[in-house]
Design a binder for this molecule. Structure first.
Ligand code: APR
Length: 279
């Protein structure tokens, strides 16, 4: 289902954009993704009422839901984070067809850059080259003591996540809680973000998928796109200022259906389904 943006009618049709991609007029697609592209892989998002993570934290008696990812709270109470870690990082999940679509964009040399807010690593698993993406909120690939920053072994971390237990620094003089290298509220984004964000201004198409655009600075990326450059939102609901520009197109529905519709318009559907099957 395609709907014109709620505030301004878009003078751009779906097929018009697809034709501009296939005829080579659009070659630098910048993408911003959020938790909504991984929900069909089995990882709930954060804010969808009823199913999002933040609606399910009552038993953990947090002062407020986001405390679970707040560094100031983690330093004295790391237990709640590890109580939900396994659900956020169950391991060996299959990427969704939305992740496969991003890999297909890269394969066709159309992916200028991908900013993901997700920490699940499914973009890389789907085949997106790591030099074409930034985990703006970090990822689970490594972990360090939150206090002395000593490295911590991967296998011990995997055991801790599986058991839902807090891993502690192996340095006897420290013993503080270990944290995966994900960006918590109160921490800075990777230094690379500052430099990379200018790529949004280089885009000749911006694709925003599966995010509520509620958390800065990622939520500001679509605003960096030059006026007149088309922006597509594929999301269950409206987000940010998407839909306020004449060249915006809001596709309200699931990411997986949205990328299938886009692939059909591009003539890439079979290639996409095959790429996803082999991911
Ligand atoms: N298809 C399309 N949209 C979806 C789907 C889906 N299958 N599932 C969920 N959504 C939409 C929701 O409607 C919502 O607008 O994806 C969005 C997810 O929003 P959030 O739960 O807020 O997740 P996200 O935007 O990624 O959050 C950003 O907040 O908690 C922090 O660090 C965390 O990276 C996260 C950041």
């Amino acid at each position: 289902m395609i709907s014109n943006p709620p505030t301004k009618t878009s003078n751009l049709g779906y097929q018009v954009l697809a034709d501009r991609i296939t005829n080579g007029q659009i070659t630098r697609i910048v993408v911003l993704t959020g938790a909504g592209i991984s929900t069909s892989a089995g990882i709930p998002d954060f804010r969808t009422p009823g199913t999002g993570l933040y609606d399910k934290l009552a038993p953990l008696n947090l002062p407020y839901p986001e405390a679970i990812f707040s560094i100031s709270y983690f330093t004295h109470t790391p237990e709640p984070f590890y109580a939900i870690a396994r659900a956020r990082h169950p391991g060996n999940l299959k990427p969704t067809i939305s992740h496969a679509f991003l890999a297909l964009l890269a394969k066709k040399n159309l992916l200028h850059f991908l900013f993901t807010q997700n920490i699940d690593g499914l973009e890389e698993d789907a085949g997106v080259p790591v030099d074409k993406l930034l985990w703006t909120h970090g990822n689970w690939k490594s972990q360090h003591c939150h206090k002395c920053h000593a490295e911590y072994p991967d296998d011990l971390m995997k055991n801790a996540i599986r058991a839902g237990e807090v891993p502690y620094c192996l340095k006897t003089e420290c013993g503080a809680a270990v944290k995966p290298d994900v960006v918590f509220f109160g921490q800075s984004l990777p230094a690379e973000f500052e430099d990379r964000q200018k790529m949004a201004a280089e885009a000749d198409l911006m694709l925003v998928m599966g995010t509520s655009l509620k958390v800065a600075p990622c939520s500001q990326l679509p605003r960096l796109v030059k006026e007149g450059v088309p922006r597509i939102l594929i999301n269950m609901e409206g987000a940010g200022d998407m839909g306020n520009r004449g060249q915006d197109l809001c596709i309200l529905g699931t990411c997986d259906n949205g990328v299938r519709e886009l692939a059909d318009a591009l003539g890439w559907r079979d290639e996409l389904e095959t790429l996803w099957k082999d991911a």
